[in-house]
Design a binder for this molecule. Structure first.
Ligand code: SF4
Length: 229
């Protein structure tokens, strides 16, 4: 008699009931916990649904509050699952969002083969501040390209043992981490504290992130750098 195959998972009859219960609980608890952080999402969503203009990002803007929560949890799970592989990878790069640049259209970023890089044109720009932390570990940061998986794959060709720190908004960080996974690269990430790009604001403005978290992730991996370096 042949050996029975091992099932990686096997769903019982009650699986969907259990999943529905878990989801209900997560949404109820999540909305309560993030009441303050998510306070304006419903209004934005309703406006986005009612917007009949010809803009091309309706689909992106039309996300109910549940999706923000889901993407936040997805990020948290991936950040947790990736932690060991991230810390063990030899090289680290940062993938940065356009909207964090203080000078917006006047940003002096420079094109390179693997993506645009910050030239440190103004001291108060958060990207400049993040790159000053990255400098202590001799790390490079690239602005994210639309084809993120391809960008990371290309960088990986020169650095086969690679990990990435991504900075992005609540709705896009986890998807960026999935792109890194597709490229075979473990990632960790930090959220933008709020949105400011053209998808969300009529007049785009620079965003901000928790720079301390970038520092903490790097210190966990490399230790506290020598202050003389
Ligand atoms: S400091 Fe860097 S990211 Fe910020 S505006 Fe200047 S070149 Fe752009």
């Amino acid at each position: 008699m042949g050996k029975k195959p091992t099932m990686t998972f096997r769903l019982g009859d009650d699986f969907y009931d259990k999943l529905a219960g878990l989801t209900e609980q997560l949404i109820t608890d999540g909305f309560k916990l993030f009441e303050k952080e998510f306070a304006n999402i419903d209004t934005f969503y309703k406006k986005a649904l009612a917007d009949k203009s010809k803009r091309t990002d309706h689909n992106f803007r039309r996300n109910p509050k549940e999706m923000y929560l889901l993407e936040a949890v997805y990020y948290q799970v991936m950040d947790r699952v990736n932690r060991i592989a991230f810390n063990e990878a030899e090289n680290t790069i940062l993938i940065l969002p356009d909207c964090l640049s203080l000078m917006k259209d006047k940003c002096q970023r420079k094109r390179t083969r693997l993506g645009k890089v910050c030239t440190r044109c103004v001291p108060n720009c958060q990207i400049n501040k993040i790159m000053q932390i990255a400098d202590r570990y001799k790390l490079t940061g690239y602005f994210s390209k639309r084809a993120l998986t391809e960008q990371i794959e290309k960088i990986k060709k020169g650095k086969p043992s690679l990990a990435v720190i991504g900075i992005s908004c609540l709705l896009t960080l986890a998807s960026g981490m999935r792109s890194a996974k597709e490229a075979g690269v473990p990632s960790r990430g930090v959220f933008l504290n709020f949105t400011g790009c053209e998808h969300w604001a009529d007049k785009p403005f620079p965003t901000e992130t928790a720079i301390e978290r970038v520092k903490t992730i790097l210190e966990e991996k490399y230790g506290v750098p020598d202050s003389s370096s």
